[in-house]
Design a protein around this ligand. Structure first.
Ligand SMILES: Cc1ncc(COP(=O)(O)O)c(C=O)c1O
Length: 445
């Protein structure tokens, strides 16, 4: 019976991992950001075994991707069944049923009013590119508004929207023209000093009374692109009034609202899409990461009357690959049957456990999130909220050395984004190891 808790057999990295990392260093792009030396051999459920036989509890899920856990048997079966029939036929030039069925299923679950059509790509950034092109095409306007702290991908169009870390843009300019940024609703560090109890999303005053007045006429804005929970930006949860006011502003001005659910979607929050915690109905929803349990797939789902571009306007050779579509259909079934509910239930327990840790760990400034999308922001001082950046790295490393896989988000937050199969016992294990890691780092300060 495979273990459901961490088991460490070697020092980290072990000898096999070290040999592979040395080869990687010589041959793979150095632009990747590895926080610790994990070399995976296999995974099952929420557990990952490395090449030296060490077993870890995975609260990173390949950056919030392995929604149904590692190699879920239903997903693997769907993949192998499809792979045995055909691997590729390019859904842009030919027809196949799995792509049609997936478009129908997405249309049934996205929180978009009326009929829905889907465009298929291979990644989150491609879903954003498609949305930006579609918004420009359908409105005949060219400007786009995004938010500071937001992450929307790294291809040159999406990169112009991304405003997460300067290193992601540094050296790659000039950016695509026509993109403006506004402050995001980071309630722990409110950009306008409002109080959560009485907030009316005053952070959007900048967009309405500065951007629209001094820089860009709203009738030339095609779309506002927003994450309902900023992912790479630090698992920052926007309050409902922010998204609702944004919907009001966009509607008034004929601007499309693009809801980027690449990280927050596909059941992770306990609902299929994070925006469903509000009454907001977006015009376009972008999906990737968790949709196919690890196979590459990106989707831009849009109101059918908006997605009315002609043949040849946009396409991708590999987009909507049949094997990815089969994995997505199996993933959607698992999410709807059990895993979304599990994310809500186990997420509540994880959040409670992490919140309780704040009583004994001064490093914890804020615990926030929804379902199994939980962020812990670390600070040096709760009053000044000075960002505990180096401490964050040390906590992530200390957790790894105890068998818990975590990832940073933003400058000083840690994200818990486990597979949605995580059990209550595993959530408790994650909290226990995180507690130990914090203790180690706080002692060493
Ligand atoms: C909200 C959001 N949008 C877009 C992207 C880009 O996705 P990808 O890395 O698949 O291109 C990401 C990736 O982290 C994301 O979190």
């Amino acid at each position: 019976m495979p273990t459901t808790t961490p088991v460490l057999k070697t020092t980290l990295p072990g000898p096999r991992a070290k040999a592979i990392i040395d080869r990687d260093t010589a041959s793979v792009s150095p632009s990747y950001t590895r926080s610790y030396p994990l070399v995976i051999e296999r995974g099952y459920g929420a557990m990952v075994e490395d090449v030296d036989g060490n077993v870890f509890l995975d609260c990173a899920a390949g950056i919030a991707v392995n929604s149904t856990g590692h190699s879920h048997p239903d997903v693997v079966k769907a993949i192998t069944d499809q792979a045995g029939r055909f691997l590729h036929m390019s859904g842009t030039d030919f027809y196949y049923e799995p792509q049609v069925r997936l478009a129908e299923e997405i249309g049934a679950v996205v929180p978009i009013d009326g009929g829905v059509r889907s465009f298929f790509g291979n990644s989150g950034t491609e879903a954003i590119e498609a949305s930006v092109k579609l918004a420009r095409y359908s409105t005949r306007r060219h400007n786009i508004i995004a938010f500071l702290g937001g992450f929307h991908g790294r291809t040159l169009g999406a990169l112009a929207l991304t405003a997460s870390k300067a290193i992601q843009r540094r050296g790659f300019g000039p950016m695509m023209a026509g993109v403006y940024h506004a402050p995001y609703a980071d309630c722990y560090r409110c950009p306008v000093g409002a109080k959560p109890e009485s907030c009316a999303a005053e952070c959007l005053d900048f967009l309405e009374h500065q951007l629209f007045v001094h820089l860009v006429s709203p009738d030339e804005v095609a779309a506002v692109v927003v994450e309902p929970i900023q992912g790479e930006g630090g698992y920052v949860v926007a309050p409902a009034q922010f998204l609702e006011r944004l919907r009001g502003l966009t509607k008034e001005n004929g601007i499309l609202l693009v809801d980027d659910e690449v990280q927050s979607g596909m059941g992770r929050t306990g609902k299929m899409f994070a925006i469903e915690f509000t009454g907001v109905r977006p015009d376009i929803v972008t999906i990737a990461k968790g949709i196919a349990s690890g196979l590459p797939l990106g989707v831009a789902a849009a109101r059918a009357d908006i997605m009315a571009w002609p043949p040849g306007a946009h396409a991708s050779t590999f987009g909507g690959n049949p094997v990815s579509c089969a994995a997505a259909l199996a993933t959607l079934k698992l999410l709807k049957d059990t895993l979304m509910a599990n994310a809500a239930d186990v997420g509540g327990r994880l959040m409670a456990g992490l919140t309780a840790l704040a009583d004994k760990h001064p490093l914890i400034g804020d615990v926030r999130g929804r379902g199994l999308m939980v962020g812990v922001e670390l600070v040096r001082d709760r009053k000044t909220k000075e960002r505990a950046t180096t401490e964050r790295e040390r906590v992530v490393t200390a957790a790894f050395s105890r068998g818990l896989l975590l990832l940073g988000a933003g400058k000083n937050a840690i994200r818990f984004s486990p597979p949605l199969v995580l059990t209550r016992e595993q959530a408790d294990t994650a909290v226990r190891i995180f507690d130990e890691a914090l203790t180690e780092v706080e002692k060493g300060r």
